[in-house]
Design a protein around this ligand. Structure first.
Ligand SMILES: [Zn+2]
Ligand SMILES: [Zn+2]
Length: 367
């Protein structure tokens, strides 16, 4: 019987283990994928540290950003989610969550179904391969599957189903008009994607905020016109003033929070013009509080939106965006370190260290 390796998490603080599980033939509505590459995302680090509950109970296979090839197709799968013929060996990307389609949020057209991880089961429960850090992943009903253009390398595609899709959808939801000034709070992986996407959507000016000079230099390579270094403009008032000076005193049209820090929210609001639009994506840790002045939303008619998850159309458009802009922006620089599955503990430790140093490094596992 064919078997495959899967990384198993027993909880924060416990070293990750690599276990062997049988690779079962797919049920009619499943696709068995041979993973080519899986990346470590910020939320994986949150779960690893125990700041967020893991996806599923008990011993789970972590990871959700990945790309792979069809190993075996269930009988009900003849095409991808765009109706294109799907065959064994095709390289695919897919949403990692499964909206249930039968809850109040789903029926209301909300991207974030509260049951979207309910098909995640413990690693010991067949079909075992529920996460990304493994030789295989089993795609289940509700996941959207898309063929990947041959010319895009795995390094560019692995983060598509989370980081890139999330930023693309968030900027779509908050809206970027031709001529907008867009502030990006946080120049990590999501922030760098956001600089490029805001540009492509028509922003006249993108301003990136971060503390690390290397990240800000990369933000410029991804399309930012101006950058704010928190160690140089040390006060909130100075940073708000910087944005106002570049917008004839108005403030920015849009600010996107991808910093993951509650303290930046009030600052982002203050950077906006009257009627400006604020979108939060990075603050995903439960219970992490921050102070805001509600007056600064109400009396200025600013809009505030939280976004997590995305809709099916986002992935093919994200792939198209990469195809069209891969010569313009250095996407290949986002993935820096490669590890085998057996090296997963080192991968997490080094990704954690790199993040503490402010490096923009997306570590990837290559099974
Ligand atoms: Zn992610
Ligand atoms: Zn639902």
């Amino acid at each position: 019987m064919l078997t495959g390796r899967a990384v198993v998490s027993l909880g924060p603080g416990v070293p990750l283990e690599v276990r062997e599980y049988p690779v079962l033939p797919p049920e009619p509505d499943q696709v068995v994928v041979r993973i080519a590459m899986a990346s470590i995302c910020g939320s994986d680090l949150h779960m690893w540290r125990g700041e967020m509950p893991s996806l599923g109970a008990g011993a789970v296979v972590p990871g959700h950003e990945m790309v792979g090839r069809v190993h075996a197709l269930g009988a009900n799968w003849q095409t991808d989610s765009l109706g294109r013929p799907l065959r064994e060996g095709d390289r695919i990307t897919y949403s990692f969550f499964n909206p249930c389609g039968k809850c109040w949020a789903c029926l209301s057209g909300t991207a974030r179904c509260p049951n979207r991880y309910s098909r995640r089961a413990p690693a010991d429960e067949p079909p075992h391969f529920h996460g990304a850090y493994a030789d295989y992943h089993v795609v289940k009903p509700g996941q959207w599957v898309f063929k990947v253009p041959d010319s895009l390398p795995d390094e560019l595609v692995a983060p598509v189903n989370c980081a890139l899709a999330q930023v693309l959808y968030a900027l779509h939801r908050i809206g970027v008009w031709v001529g907008d000034t867009v502030v990006i709070q946080g120049a990590g992986g999501l922030g760098l994607y956001a600089c490029a996407i805001a540009r492509v959507m028509g922003a006249s000016q993108v301003i990136a905020v971060d503390r690390i000079p290397d990240r800000l230099a990369l933000a410029r390579a991804f399309g930012a016109d101006a950058t704010i270094n928190l160690d140089q403009l040390r006060t909130r008032a100075e940073r708000v003033q910087f944005v106002k000076e570049r917008t004839e005193g108005r403030g920015a049209d849009v600010a996107l929070e991808v910093a993951g820090v509650p303290a930046v929210v009030q600052e982002g609001l203050e950077m906006l013009r009257f009627g400006g639009r604020y979108c939060l994506v990075g603050n995903i840790v439960p219970g992490a509080e921050g102070a805001i002045v509600p007056h600064d939303i109400v009396r200025t008619s600013r809009e505030v939106l939280g976004v997590v998850g995305y809709e099916a159309w986002v992935i093919p458009r994200a792939l198209d965006f990469l195809l069209r802009t891969r010569e313009t922006y250095p996407f290949h620089r986002l993935v820096s370190h490669r590890y085998s599955l057996e090296e997963v503990n080192r991968a997490f430790q080094e990704a954690e260290w790199a993040q503490g140093q402010g490096r923009v490094t997306r570590a990837v596992l290559v099974p």
